[in-house]
Design a protein around this ligand. Structure first.
Ligand code: MEV
Length: 333
């Protein structure tokens, strides 16, 4: 039996635009998916996901496909992504007939912009390859996990979520160019509306707008400009050191700008906007949605208790928590 865990992430800047080759800066946060894998002799795959921040369920499936009546998004999370991860494992270990019992536990809300699917895929690949006696380095896990996301998201995915979860810390992704970067520990506050968005649909919506209107394409490009500006700021602020208030103020301003551009691209929602405004009015340096949008989480920067307290009274917000930068990416437990 082998267990691996991998962190979720927030986007400091750049979601959606990263799908079109603009840079993005996601940061891994200390909320992890933990996957335990045990090889089984009959070549079947059994996925047990009792703790995904959703009502738990168990599904057993083989050649005939899954037979369970659960919401599509939930089923996809536990089957399509894990199924894809196991296909990668069979390929990596040259073991096409390998079967597994897979148990998933996660404290990352599903489909809420915190990279739950990437973390589950990354941890599944690491745990199952170890179970077969194959050690992959985190970059190879990231590459294989990306292939899974690409497939599940109909060819529309960036490397950002999977690379960040595999490597940990802050990363910069621009097309195929993925690297870890030095970043200071930032005072992230996360607000969660209890919902989720459909990444595939949201990405497709931005693609359509971008094809229909030049100004939508310009909006995507403007997100890239915001990211480049933010990246310069981070580089100047010396990674690892405590960041000073001037830098937080400017980072926050750039996050606000990014949120406005994402809002214009139609990927925000009433509850995300409500949480963003509550955070700003409570004194956050800045706030934006994180991930695909449509519902789920916002991320704000605030060292004081103001944003946390205000979000805990905000009707649109179901849960609020602080998130530390996760310096470690995927790891065997
Ligand atoms: C989803 O977490 C982030 C998006 O940019 C899609 C992707 O990068 O694959 C919306």
């Amino acid at each position: 039996m082998h267990t691996a865990s991998a962190p979720g992430k927030v986007y400091l800047f750049g979601e959606h635009a990263v799908v079109y080759g603009e840079p993005a800066i996601p940061c891994a946060v200390e909320r992890r998916a933990t996957v335990t894998v045990e090889e089984r002799s009959d070549g079947r795959l059994r996925v047990d996901a009792q703790d995904l921040h959703i009502e738990g369920f168990t599904v057993e499936y083989g050649e005939t496909g899954p037979a369970v009546d659960a919401p599509k998004a939930v089923l996809e999370a536990a089957t399509e992504y894990v199924d894809g991860a196991i296909a990668q494992v069979r390929d990596a270990a040259d073991a096409p007939g390998a079967g597994f019992d897979v148990t998933i536990e996660s404290d990352i809300p599903l489909g809420a912009g915190l990279g739950s699917s990437a973390a589950v895929v990354v941890a599944s690949i690491a745990a199952a390859t170890s179970e077969l006696g194959v050690e992959l380095d985190p970059r190879e896990v990231a590459e294989r996990a990306y292939q899974v996301e690409l497939n599940v998201q109909d060819g529309q995915a960036s490397r950002a979520d999977t690379f960040c979860s595999a490597m940990g810390g802050a990363v910069r992704v621009e097309g195929d160019d993925c690297r870890t970067i030095d970043a200071p520990d930032l005072p992230f506050v996360i607000g969660f509306d209890g919902g989720s968005g459909d990444t595939g649909k949201l990405v497709a919506g931005v693609r359509e707008l971008r094809e229909q209107y030049d100004f939508a394409a310009d909006t995507v490009a403007a997100i890239g400009d915001v990211v480049r500006e933010g990246e310069t700021l981070l580089a100047e602020s010396q990674g690892g050191a405590t960041v000073d208030d001037d830098v937080l103020t400017e980072l926050g301003q750039l996050m606000n700008f990014d949120h406005g551009l994402l809002e214009a691209l139609g990927v925000s929602s009433r509850s995300l906007d409500d949480m963003v405004w509550t955070a700003r009015e409570a004194g956050a340096h800045g706030a934006k949605l994180t991930g695909a949008g449509g519902g789920g989480c916002i991320v704000a920067l605030d060292r004081s208790d103001g944003t946390e307290t205000a979000l805990s009274y905000e009707a649109a917000c179901q849960e609020v928590f602080r998130a530390e930068l996760a310096h470690e990416g995927v790891r065997l437990e």
